[in-house]
Design a protein around this ligand. Structure first.
Ligand SMILES: [Zn+2]
Length: 136
């Protein structure tokens, strides 16, 4: 049996990690930056995604809202592991092999992650704080 990292990392850990980094200084409404937030259960299509409601603007959002992960059909753990491999300087070909995807898909993901690292502080933080998080 081939050892595959996707089988070792759980979705639960990845969402816990994302929340720990994204909401480190408290949950913020992505629409109005409001800080008074009510927890609003879980997503109906993914039990690991927490939902929230903003008291200031009444808007709803979840753990992924406003991130590059929200428009993706790939599970969060694929992104997180790709980010980890990027940090180890793996090539797109190596990442594609490890994550069982085409090299083109791996390239698209790493391009987005790299753009995210520059443009979005969230992704930058994810990369920086990776090592502080116990993963498995
Ligand atoms: Zn709001």
């Amino acid at each position: 049996m081939k050892l595959n990292i996707l089988n070792l990392v759980t979705d639960e850990k990845c969402y816990t990690y994302l929340r720990a980094v994204r909401w480190e200084s408290g949950i913020l409404c992505p629409q109005c930056q409001g800080k008074e937030i009510i927890k609003n259960g879980r997503s109906s299509h993914n039990e690991w995604i927490h939902r929230y409601e903003c008291k200031s603007c009444g808007g709803g959002f979840n753990d992924l809202s406003g991130t590059i992960f929200s428009q993706s059909n790939k599970p969060l753990k694929v992104w997180i592991i790709a980010l980890y491999f990027l940090g180890l300087n793996l090539s797109n070909r190596q990442i594609a092999q490890e994550l069982d995807m085409s090299e083109k898909t791996a390239q698209e993901m790493t391009t987005q992650l790299r753009e995210g690292i520059v443009k979005k502080s969230l992704i930058y933080d994810l990369a920086q704080k990776w090592k502080q998080m116990k993963f498995m």
